[in-house]
Ligand binder design. Structure first.
Ligand code: SAH
Ligand code: SF4
Ligand code: F3S
Length: 476
């Protein structure tokens, strides 16, 4: 039996691509290795969003020379966004690499592996405009997927936005949407197989179908797609990531009011709170547009949890621009944020811009922003103590003896399962939140609640309201 392992970097799209490649390899007779040193094939699925991410590949490849030499016949494959970008150059520079596959060429992996076994070193990098590239075999019976009870479903891929800082339009190519029928069929199949939560994936997921709708093809707007999927029996939760603010139409906002199984969490990248910088970033909206969108979402769904992505030290970002970001972040009260220092990407517009922010200044801004967000996150968590919610169990927690799952707001919730109860990953569990920490919430199983616990929860709730009113209020 031949064994494979995959190292995955980058976003959920890349993680899902790893699942797709793993499934294809299963169909080709491969099975996962328990550890990399038991593998015959190692695939590195790469990310190039920031310089550091890209450098991971080069440091990995250095170490993989020894891995490859340790046993005869071992193979190394490189895929993902760096592969798409660098292509043949990777084969040229790194003799330890046997094959390279770009982001449109997942289906070629089994053939590339077979070629590599026969001694042929190749790169498959062609742009594939045909949505048939999404037609992949069903889950192999021996492959359960990486996430019990949950699944990603690609609805569109690529990006035509060309934000000035971003490499993704180069590495993922032009926007392509799958047919709504194919998406629905996949979602129905997953639900029938016990999946309770699907996350719709796309680089600008809510731009789904926009080119096709205009050309009169069969696709529907994103909100209509969500509405179709929401009727599938057994699907308790629908999520999507990442939407772009400018494609948030009234119907998608309304869907958050109307659809019970559409999760009350929206990851809505803001990037900057300064109009000047937003313009330089080519985000095509203002801080006010964003603020109004957040308000509309909260009107539709008062408990909605908003999370975001932010970039500090974009070229030319002044201290005043950065203060604008801090102010808007505080005002909107994101429940969580991923924040990054700007990293110039070769070939992007922003890489040509003057006004590089000195490294120490960039670091100081990042720290200030992250400190602000830590406070906001903790306050949001505290405001929820005492609430009843439901978690979809993912597995063992980082906290010893506990299990973890996520609630509908996408918060991590840890739980000590009562003795004798052995909840399994993929199960939905009713819980009551009893404690807030900076990174997660702690819960008790709701069905086991005793009077003492209820009193304790009430006391904590009263306390958290006090804290929330001290720090500015939260709707989460
Ligand atoms: N498609 C998503 C973003 C995908 S990339 C969207 O449109 O928002 C994830 C995040 O990485 C981005 O939201 C941005 O905050 C960050 N990012 C992208 N390029 C970057 C760069 N050159 N430097 C620093 N952060 C970057
Ligand atoms: Fe990158 Fe902008 Fe496209 Fe998002 S919308 S993937 S940030 S170019
Ligand atoms: Fe990285 Fe490519 Fe995703 S650059 S963030 S893996 S789309």
């Amino acid at each position: 039996m031949r064994r494979f392992a995959v190292r995955t970097y980058g976003c959920q799209m890349n993680q899902h691509d790893t699942e797709k490649v793993s499934n294809l390899l299963h169909h080709g007779g491969w099975r996962p290795a328990a550890r990399e040193d038991e593998a015959d094939l190692l695939v590195v699925n790469t990310c190039s969003i920031r310089e550091k991410a890209e450098h991971r590949l080069y440091s990995d490849l250095g170490a993989l020379r020894a891995w490859k030499a340790a046993a005869p016949g071992r193979l190394v494959g490189v895929g993902g966004c760096v592969a798409q970008q660098e292509g043949d150059e990777i084969l040229r520079r790194f003799p330890q690499v046997d094959f390279v596959f770009g982001t449109h060429n997942l289906r070629r992996v089994p053939a590339l592996v077979a070629g590599a076994e026969a001694g042929r070193r190749r790169a498959a990098l062609a742009e594939v405009r045909d949505p048939a590239r999404f037609d992949l075999p069903e889950r192999h019976p021996a492959y359960a997927g990486a996430t019990p009870g949950r699944a990603w479903v690609t609805v569109m891929e690529g990006c035509d936005m060309f934000c000035s800082f971003c490499i993704v339009p180069t590495t993922r190519g032009r926007e392509i949407s799958r047919s709504a029928d194919a998406i629905e069929a996949e979602a129905r199949g997953l639900a029938a197989g016990g999946v309770r939560e699907i996350t719709l994936l796309g680089q600008t997921v809510n731009a789904y179908g926009r080119h096709d709708v205009r050309r009169g093809r069969s696709q529907v707007p994103f909100a209509a797609l969500v509405r179709r999927l929401a009727t599938i029996p057994g699907l308790a939760r629908i999520r999507y990531t990442s939407p772009h603010p400018i494609f948030f139409d009234a119907d998608l906002v309304r869907a958050h009011r109307e659809l019970e199984n559409l999760c009350p969490h929206v990851h809505l990248p803001l990037q900057s709170g300064s109009d000047r910088i937003l313009e330089q970033m080519r985000r095509r909206h203002t801080r006010d547009d964003f603020r109004r969108l957040a308000e509309r979402l909260r009107e539709a769904r008062p408990d909605v949890a908003l999370t975001t992505d932010l970039i500090v030290a974009f070229p030319g970002e002044s201290d005043a621009d950065f203060r604008d970001t801090l102010e808007l972040v505080r005002e909107i009260g994101f429940v969580d944020a991923y924040s990054f220092k700007y990293s110039p990407r070769p070939g992007t517009r922003a890489a040509e811009l003057p006004g590089c922010v000195p490294a120490e200044e960039a670091q100081a801004r990042l720290q200030e922003l992250q400190a602000l967000q830590r406070g906001l996150t903790l306050a949001a968590h505290r405001a929820r103590v005492g609430q009843a919610t439901e978690i979809l169990l993912e597995g063992a927690s980082r906290r010893p003896g506990q299990v973890m799952g996520r609630d509908p707001y996408h918060r991590v919730v840890n739980l000590s399962p009562p003795a004798g109860l052995d909840p399994r990953p993929g199960e939905l569990l009713p819980v009551r939140l009893v404690e807030a920490t900076p990174h997660s919430l702690i819960a008790e199983l709701a069905v086991k609640e005793t009077h003492g616990q209820a009193d304790e929860a009430k006391r904590r709730r009263a306390e958290s309201v006090k804290i929330a009113s001290r720090t500015g209020s939260f709707s989460a």
